[in-house]
Design a protein. Structure first.
Length: 435
C-alpha cells in the first residue's frame, strides 16, 4: 500500500505538470493557428487519437497484466522478452493498417465526388504511429514500476517543447503556417521522444530480459484477451469519437471552440489518471492473489484520495468557464455551457473511481466491452439528433450521457460481482459494500 501511495503522489505530481502543459499547449496552438485552422487541427488530433487506440489492439493494457503476472523471477525473462516483442509487432501492424484504411477511404471518397480535405487525413496519419508507440512504451514502464519514465517524456518534455515552440512562433513560421505543418512538427518531436524512451528502457531494464542460455519461452499471446481489452479500451476514445462525430455538423471554428472546452474539462482527469496509473498494477496483483479484502481496502483509500481535489477543480471550472475558454480565443467563450457540462461528467467519472481498470484487471474484459458499447453507442447515436438542434451544447450533452451511463453501470457491476467499491459510496456508512 505504501508503494501505491508513493506511486500515486509521483503520478499526481507529473500529471499536474502535464495538465498545465497540455492546457498551455492547446491554448497557444489556438492563438497561433487561429479559430479555423485550430478547428482543423482539432479534427486531426481527434482522429489520430482514435487511430492510436484502435492500433494498440489492447496491447497497452495486456502488457501490464502479462508482466505483472510473470513477476520478477529470472526464469520468466524469456517470457517477458517475447511478450514485449509481440506487443511491438502487433502495435506497429495496427498503426500501418489504420493509416492505410483512412488514406484509401479518403481517396475513394474523393473519387466518388465527396469533398474530403486530405490535409485532415495526412495530419492524423502523421501522428498515429508516434502516439501509439508512446502509449505502449508508457504502459510498459508502468508495469516495471517506473512512473517517471512512463509519464515525464511525453506528458512533460514533449508538451513543454510544443509550448516553447509556440512562444517562439514568430521565429518558426514554417512550423505554424497551418494545421498540417503544426501537426507534422508535433509528430516528429513525439517520435524522437519515443526513441529516447526505448533506448533508456534497453539500458535500464536489460536484466529483466536476460534469459539464461538455452531458456525457452512458454509465453503465448492471448489473442482473445487482447481482443477483449482492445474493445474495452475503445471507451477511452469516447471524447475523440464525440468530437469527430460533432465535426460533421459544425463549422471549423465551432469545432475549435468545442475542442477547447474538451481540453479544459480534461483538467479534471488529472487526479483520475494519477490514481489509474498507480492502481492498475496493484489491482492486477491483488486479483491474481484473490486478495479481495485488499482490493476493498484500496478502493476506500482511492475514494478518499480523489474526492477533494476533484471537487475543488470542478468548482474552479464551473466558476470561471468563460474566462478559461477566452484564453484560447475570445470567441470560444460562447462554449462555456458545454464546458460546464463536460466538467460535470468528468467529476462524476472521478467520484466513481477506477472501475474500468479494476474490471480489466479482474477478468471483466467482456463486461467492460458490453457496458462501453451500450454507453458510447447511446452517446454517438445522440450526436446527429442533438448537435444539429443545439450545436456545441448538443455535443457536450451527448458526451455527458455516455459518461454518466458508463460510470453508474461499472460501479454497480464492481459492487455486485467483485464486492469492491472504488466510488465515494464506499465512504458512506450503510451504503458501502460490506466486508
Amino acid at each position: 500500500m505504501k508503494r501505491l501511495m508513493l506511486g500515486s503522489v509521483l503520478s499526481a505530481a507529473l500529471k499536474i505538470a502535464s495538465a498545465g502543459l497540455t492546457f498551455l499547449m492547446f491554448m497557444f496552438l489556438a492563438r497561433v493557428l487561429g479559430p479555423v485552422e485550430y478547428g482543423l487541427f482539432a479534427s486531426m488530433f481527434a482522429l489520430a487519437t482514435v487511430g492510436s487506440v484502435a492500433s494498440l489492439f489492447g496491447q497497452h493494457t495486456l502488457i501490464i497484466k502479462t508482466l505483472s503476472s510473470l513477476g520478477e523471477a529470472q526464469e520468466a525473462a524469456a517470457d517477458r522478452r517475447k511478450a514485449m516483442r509481440q506487443s511491438y509487432l502487433v502495435t506497429l501492424a495496427g498503426g500501418v493498417c489504420f493509416i492505410a484504411v483512412i488514406m484509401i477511404a479518403g481517396l475513394a471518397a474523393r473519387q466518388a465526388g465527396v469533398d474530403v480535405d486530405m490535409r485532415y487525413l495526412i495530419g492524423a496519419a502523421a501522428l498515429v504511429l508516434p502516439f501509439t508507440l508512446s502509449e505502449l512504451v508508457s504502459h510498459q514502464y508502468r508495469a516495471f514500476g517506473s512512473i517517471l519514465w512512463a509519464l515525464a517524456p511525453r506528458d512533460v518534455i514533449w508538451r513543454g517543447a510544443v509550448v516553447l515552440a509556440c512562444l517562439g512562433a514568430a521565429g518558426l513560421p514554417f512550423i505554424f503556417t497551418n494545421a498540417l505543418t503544426a501537426m507534422i512538427a508535433l509528430s516528429v518531436g513525439l517520435a524522437a521522444i519515443v526513441a529516447v524512451q526505448l533506448l533508456a528502457m534497453i539500458r535500464q531494464h536489460s536484466a529483466r530480459f536476460a534469459a539464461r542460455p538455452g531458456a525457452q519461452s512458454t509465453h503465448r499471446m492471448d489473442w482473445r484477451m487482447s481482443g477483449w481489452m482492445w474493445l474495452a479500451s475503445l471507451g477511452t476514445m469516447g471524447g475523440s469519437l464525440n468530437l469527430s462525430g460533432a465535426a460533421l455538423f459544425l463549422p471549423p471554428d465551432q469545432v475549435g471552440a468545442y475542442f477547447a472546452a474538451q481540453k479544459t474539462s480534461q483538467l479534471l482527469q488529472l487526479p483520475i489518471i494519477a490514481i489509474d496509473i498507480a492502481a492498475t498494477p496493484v489491482f492486477a496483483r491483488m486479483h491474481a492473489q484473490n486478495d479481495f479484502d485488499g482490493l476493498r481496502n484500496v478502493g476506500r483509500k482511492l475514494a478518499m484520495l480523489i474526492a477533494v481535489p476533484l471537487a475543488i477543480g470542478a468548482a474552479v471550472i464551473f466558476s470561471f468557464a468563460p474566462q478559461l475558454l477566452s484564453l484560447f480565443d475570445p470567441a470560444f467563450a460562447a462554449a462555456a455551457g458545454a464546458l460546464t457540462l463536460l466538467a460535470g461528467s468528468y467529476l462524476l467519472i472521478g467520484l466513481g473511481g477506477p472501475t474500468r481498470q479494476l474490471m480489466l484487471m479482474s477478468n471483466g474484459e467482456r463486461q467492460v466491452v458490453r457496458l462501453t458499447l451500450i454507453a458510447e453507442g447511446i452517446g454517438l447515436a445522440l450526436i446527429p439528433v442533438l448537435v444539429p438542434a443545439f450545436g456545441i451544447m448538443g455535443a457536450a450533452l451527448a458526451a455527458c450521457v455516455a459518461r454518466v451511463l458508463f460510470t453508474v453501470m461499472t460501479v454497480l457491476w464492481c459492487r455486485a460481482r467483485l464486492g469492491v467499491d472504488t466510488s465515494v459510496l464506499s465512504l458512506l456508512p450503510g451504503v458501502s459494500v460490506p466486508r
